[in-house]
Write a protein that binds this ligand. Structure first.
Ligand SMILES: [Cu+2]
Length: 198
């Protein structure tokens, strides 16, 4: 069955080939009748050679941007040189003229006591301040006196009267100094000294 169908196909192909051959002869006749197509010189389309589309050189787009050197204005550091604060304060001359401490201490004149007896002055040496008073008191059993000078020589200065037991005699010393005295009734026995300090 299959082989039969293949033979039919071959027959049809053969027929087609024959038809094509017949047409070939016809075409050959046409070519002989027609003159050779001479090219019309007028219509010589002298093709202008296409200018090679040489694209212009693409200039590399090196867009050299201007350097952005943003030169900022110089920040002038305003060195405000302040004037020196030489606050010349006035000298604090605190002249507190204090009143002179004139301690005129009108101190009360002190009265010192020296006992007089046989045979001594007690105390033998007494230190006082100028203006003080010395009071001799006879506490013995005999009369005595107070005579200025170095025992036993009176210097002619001052002297007391003779004062009996129980009696007293006083003298105020205003001038600083050393004053020797003694009992003229008992020479070499009863010397004494008063030192007056300023
Ligand atoms: Cu005496």
């Amino acid at each position: 069955m299959l082989s039969r169908h293949r033979t039919n196909v071959a027959a049809s192909l053969l027929a087609a080939a024959l038809l094509a051959a017949g047409c070939g002869t016809a075409a050959g006749d046409d070519a002989a009748s027609n003159p050779p197509s001479t090219v019309d010189p007028t219509t010589t389309t002298t093709q202008t050679p296409e200018s090679p589309t040489t694209a212009p050189p693409t200039t590399p787009t090196t867009t050299t941007l201007p350097p952005t050197t943003t030169t900022l204005p110089p920040t002038t550091t305003t060195t405000t040189t302040l004037p020196p604060t030489t606050a010349t304060l006035p000298p604090t001359t605190t002249t507190t003229t204090q009143p002179p401490t004139t301690t005129t201490t009108t101190k009360p004149s002190v009265t010192h006591t020296v006992t007089t007896e046989e045979y001594a002055m007690s105390p033998g040496t007494l230190v006082i301040k100028a203006g003080d008073t010395v009071r001799w008191t006879n506490v013995g059993n005999m009369d005595h006196d107070i005579t200025s000078g170095v025992d036993p020589t009176p210097d002619g200065g001052w002297a007391s009267p003779t004062f009996a037991p129980g009696e007293s005699w006083s003298r105020t010393f205003d001038t600083p100094g050393t004053y020797d005295y003694f009992c003229s009734l008992h020479p070499y026995l009863m010397p004494g000294r008063i030192v007056v300090e300023p």
